[in-house]
Design a protein around this ligand. Structure first.
Ligand code: PMP
Length: 371
């Protein structure tokens, strides 16, 4: 049985079962050692500008730059925490709604910031697909404006993403009803291209909707030990942006810059390194797609009566099949090379599957889901 070499929190294994390090990151680290700490300090502004460019894409073009704020954070999770703190200081909105399902730390982060947390429908477990009508209906029925946490680019634990059309509908509803979107985006470029994966952010900004974005560089630069991220805000007016910019500046004075800030700033601002990084990110995305296709093909052969199409419709590191619920015994089954491949809730860790362990995993899944 293959032993998975997995050092949390890195969750992606390459074809050989190793956690890869990007060559672009290695080269940037080498250059930084030459540049020294004075250069690293100068990189904070460069980082905010470059990461803001990833988050907002071309929605910044031709717009007043004062409407777009980006603050470096220690991680995507840290960005969520700071964003929740920022929103807590903006009464009267006291309720936050999270998708069902979502990540468990979402609930904790918003409760600790003093919010009441509710849940909106997102995934129809029976149909194994997104239920956007239920989502929109829910938003429309909320009695008051609320904070709506949305996940961009394969960040939902089900691997089910909103399409562009669905983002447009949701952005229209959010604008009409005065809700505040808080978009959590940790996998930009791993669902689709960098430009397509931030569509939800641009859909909001293009409509002039005040929006917060918690972004993470941890996965997309494979920074397993020294993570970093950003909190961005789109403000429809410079007057609204001003107090937020002041709060972010006060954080900058208080907090040490994230450890990998210089590395990411360098990669994004030097065309050669940026191209190398994009190629590495694209290869990672393509490989995850190939694993999905191979698992789908094997399961169709092993268990043809079952509908496995969700594997290729869903994207990114996770898939969700309610049939793989713990009641099936799959997570505990010795048949799995690593119990983390199926979580207690039935989430499949696609990014932990390699060519070598795939046959064993497929047999275990087919066995557990047999009628
Ligand atoms: N959002 C949530 C809810 C997370 O749990 C995580 C971590 N897996 C992230 C974002 C990604 O951010 P980071 O790893 O940089 O904390």
């Amino acid at each position: 049985m293959e032993r998975l070499r997995l050092d949390p929190p890195a969750l992606y294994l390459d074809a050989q079962g190793n956690v890869p390090q990007f060559e672009s990151v290695r080269q940037a680290r080498t250059e930084l050692r030459v540049g020294g700490s004075a250069q690293a300090a100068a990189d904070a502004g460069l980082y905010a500008e470059a990461v803001g460019g990833l988050v907002f894409g071309d929605s910044r073009d031709g717009q007043d730059p004062r409407h777009f704020l980006t603050h470096p954070t220690a991680s995507g999770t840290h960005a969520l925490t700071l964003g929740a703190r920022l929103l807590a200081g903006m009464p009267p909105t006291r309720r936050v709604y999270l998708p069902t399902p979502s990540w468990s730390n979402h609930q904790r982060i918003f409760e600790e910031a003093g919010f009441e947390v509710g849940h909106y429908p997102y995934f129809d477990a029976h149909e194994r697909q997104l239920d956007v009508d239920a989502l929109v209906g829910f938003l429309c029925r909320l009695p008051d404006p609320a904070i709506i946490v949305l996940q961009a680019s394969c960040h939902n634990p089900t691997g089910s993403d909103l399409s562009r059309d669905q983002w447009d509908v949701i952005a229209d509803v959010i604008k009409a009803l005065g809700h505040i979107p808080f978009i959590d985006m940790a996998y930009q470029g791993l669902g689709d291209t960098l430009q397509n994966d931030n569509y939800g952010v641009t859909a909001m900004a293009d409509r002039g909707v005040f929006t917060l974005v918690a972004q993470s560089c941890s996965k997309i630069f494979q920074l397993s030990e020294t993570r970093c991220g950003s909190l961005s805000a789109y403000c429809p007016s410079a007057a609204q942006a001003q107090p937020l910019a002041r709060t972010m500046q006060s954080w900058t004075r208080m907090d040490a810059p994230p450890a990998s800030l210089g590395v990411v700033a360098r990669i994004l601002s030097q065309p050669g390194l940026r191209k190398l990084w994009q190629d590495e990110l694209n290869s990672m995305r393509d490989r995850v797609g190939q694993v999905r296709a191979a698992l789908h093909k094997t399961l169709c052969r092993l268990s043809p009566a079952w509908d496995w199409s969700y594997l290729t419709h869903q994207r990114g590191f996770f898939s969700y099949d309610p049939a793989l619920h713990p009641a099936s015994g799959l997570a505990e089954a010795a048949a799995l090379p690593d119990p983390r491949i199926v979580s207690a809730s039935g989430r499949l860790g696609i990014s932990l599957i390699t060519e070598r362990n795939l046959p064993q995993i497929a047999h275990a899944i087919a066995g557990a889901s047999a009628p």
